[in-house]
Structures are given as C-alpha cells and as structure tokens.
Ligand binder design. Structure first.
Ligand code: NAD
Ligand code: MG
Length: 353
C-alpha cells in the first residue's frame, strides 16, 4: 500500500488524481486538502479545508505527497515533503520556482525524491532517467503556444478572459490556463526544469508543438534526441508519479501515429514577453523567480477580474521585477517576505493602471 496525501484535491489535477488512486488497489488516499472548496465528496480519513496544511501532513504519515495546489500557497506542502524525505509528486510548479535553492537544500537534507507531475517535466524525467548531466546537450520544453498562437500584439489588445480560458489542447484550472495564453506557464516551466534537473538556462530551449503530442525531449551530446510522446492527458503523468517506478496502466488508448501531425515552431518572444521575462528572472537567480511568480499571480487575478487587459499582465510583472532587490531568501520567512513584497509592488502598479 502506498499512502497518498493529496493537497489541492478539488482542482483539475486533484480530481484526476482521485480517479487514478481509485483505480489502483495499491494506492490509498490518507489525507485530502483544499483551499476553500468543500471536500464532502472526497473519501479520505483526514480532510482539511484551508489553514496550515503541514499539521495535516504530519498526522497523515504519507508515503507520497501530491501537491496539486495552485500558486505560491503550495510552498508549505512542498518544503514539508522535502524536509521530511517524503516523496513529492509535484504539480505545484510555483512553489519550486519560488523556492529554488531553498528547495534544493531541503531536499538534500530530507533525502526524498521529487517526481514531476507537470507533463513536460515528467517527459524529461523519463527521457533523462539514469543518465549523467554531462551527457545532456539540451533540454527542449514543448508548449502548445496557447489559444493566441500566431496573433500579433494588436490582435491581443482586447482579448477577454473567456477567450484566454479556451485552451486548444488541455483542460486545466483558470490560473494555469491564462499562464498558457501568456506563455508565463512555459516561463515557470523553464525555471522549474532548471531546478528539477540542475541544467543551466542556456541549455534549456522552448519550442512550440501545437497539438501537444510531444511532451518534451532531451538532446544528448552524441547527437541522439529522446522524445516523450502521448495524447495530452494529465492522468498519464499523475499516474506515472504516483505509481513510480511501476508505470501502472491507465485507460488511455495507444498512440495512433498515422493520425498525427507533428509541427514545430519557435515561440514569438515579442508578442509573448512573459517567456523572456522568466528566462531573465531565472538567470538573475536569487529571489527574482519568486518575484516573477508572485507578480504574475497578482496580474492574472486582475486580468480574470477584468481590471487589466491581457497585455497588461506582462507590464505588471516587468515593472515588479524592475523594482525588487532580488536578493536570495535564506529561509522560508525571507521567501514569504520576498513573495509579499513583489505582490505589493504589483498591487501598486495595478492601482495606478
Ligand atoms: P485548480 O485551480 O483547478 O485547483 C487548485 C487547487 O488548489 C484546488 O483544490 C484549491 O482548493 C487548492 N488551493 C488553492 N489555494 C489553496 C491553499 N491556500 N491551500 C490549499 N489548497 C489550495 O488548479 P489546477 O489546474 O489543478 O493546477 C494545480 C497545480 O498544478 C498548479 O500549480 C498548476 O500549474 C499545476 N499543473 C496543472 C495542470 C493541469 O492540467 N491542470 C498541468 C500541469 C501543472
Ligand atoms: Mg506543463
């Protein structure tokens, strides 16, 4: 029996994770938590809505924590699992992006594993397995390009939240769906890949593959490239992480190769500045990635509330990144402070916008 603590149980990833757990007799839900949504229809011995989730994790004694919270709020569950040497199935990329080196230190102390749930990172993890970093030439993160791929900045001026929420290939929660439309999601994933795999930013590339069949690939130093292909369905990476290393069966059909189109293009960095801003924040290091994430969370919420237009999201983030000091956080308190400062700067900018 593997005891699974599911944090963020009512979301898009959380619901699909429950389906996976229910399908496997060797997986057992020992705890479930959400931010504010009731957990009445979730069957788990320990449940909590809101509040300090680390106490729940202490009591649950899980073998694996699936962190499916959205945003920086997932930081406590991520660091708890890492410090305690409990395996972490990580969907909550924002916590790793924000914590960066602090997470690496916690993981080194605790000695547990991080099993990525983000589809691109699950793909990279599988392509990389057991290979030495010096064998890697580049990691290539793929992205669909989102609903606005191919548009000009002028054509993005008046797009609505409804249009941004209509993702072409994935059904996800609202925050990550907007992030996919701005390419902030690929920006967060770039930083996530850097910290998960210890690969330098100049060795991580982003390429657009509109049908989301190629989930990412690794180029090796001998000229070989290994790619991970599959239909876009998060149950696959969730199941992979929860049943690792067994690769349990899922209900997905086998990939029909003759029915596929695989085309690749470069991302449009001028129209979608959030990707370049992420690279810059990642390369600067310190608490810049934390600030990037925090300002983005504030800006996306403002866009969804109709307070700013779509292109304003990147303006808010660029402005905050230009004003934070970016010094590294030495502990969780300093990290929470860096997050709060960047949020306050983003709020300030919104107030004058
Ligand atoms: P969602 O909005 O559908 O669900 C978010 C969940 O987090 C909900 O259960 C909510 O109650 C919970 N939550 C929010 N604030 C909380 C708090 N303070 N404490 C505890 N729980 C809290 O989001 P989602 O689409 O499921 O995404 C979850 C995470 O997974 C995000 O980090 C996202 O980037 C990542 N991810 C999602 C997908 C996807 O297909 N949905 C794919 C890759 C990565
Ligand atoms: Mg992803």
């Amino acid at each position: 029996m593997k005891r699974v603590a599911l944090i963020g149980a009512t979301g898009s990833i959380g619901r699909q994770a429950i389906e996976i757990v229910e399908a496997h007799p060797e997986l057992e839900l020992c705890a479930a938590a959400s931010g504010s949504t009731p957990l009445d229809d979730v069957d788990a011995p320990l449940k909590q809505v809101g509040g300090d989730l680390t106490e729940l994790l202490e009591r649950a004694e899980p073998d694996i924590v699936l962190n499916a919270v959205v945003g920086f709020a997932g930081i406590h569950a991520t660091l708890w699992a890492m410090e305690h040497g409990v395996d972490l199935a990580l969907a909550n990329k924002e916590s790793l992006v924000a914590a960066g080196e602090l997470a690496a230190q916690a993981q080194a102390r605790g000695g547990g594993r991080t099993l990525p749930v983000d589809s691109e990172h699950s793909a990279l993890f599988q392509c990389l397995e057991e290979r030495l970093p010096e064998q890697v030439h580049t990691l290539v993160l793929t992205g669909s390009g989102g609903p606005f791929r191919g548009r000009t900045r002028d054509e993005l001026l008046n797009v609505t939240p409804e249009e941004a929420l209509a993702h072409p290939t994935w059904r996800m929660g609202p925050k990550i769906t907007v992030d996919s439309a701005t390419l902030a999601n690929k920006g967060l994933e770039l930083i996530e890949a850097h910290f998960l795999f210890g690969v330098a930013y100049e060795q991580i590339e982003v390429v657009i593959q509109p049908t989301s069949i190629v989930h990412s690939l690794v180029r090796f130093r001998d000229g070989a490239a290994l790619a991970h292909l599959g239909y876009p369905d998060m149950r696959v990476p969730i199941s992979y992480a929860l049943t690792y290393p067994d690769r349990a069966a899922t209900p997905l059909p086998a990939l029909d190769l003759t029915a596929l189109t695989l085309e690749f293009e470069s991302p449009d960095l001028e129209t979608f500045p959030m990707l370049a801003l992420a690279r810059e924040a990642g390369e600067k290091g310190g608490s810049y990635p934390c600030a990037y994430n925090a300002a983005n969370e504030v800006a996306v919420a403002a866009f969804l509330a109709g307070r700013i237009h779509f292109l304003g999201i990147a303006d808010v983030v660029a402005d905050a990144l230009g004003r934070v000091d970016g010094s590294p956080a030495r502990d969780l308190d300093e990290l929470v402070e860096a997050d709060r400062t960047a949020r306050a700067l983003a709020d300030e900018r919104l107030a004058v916008a």
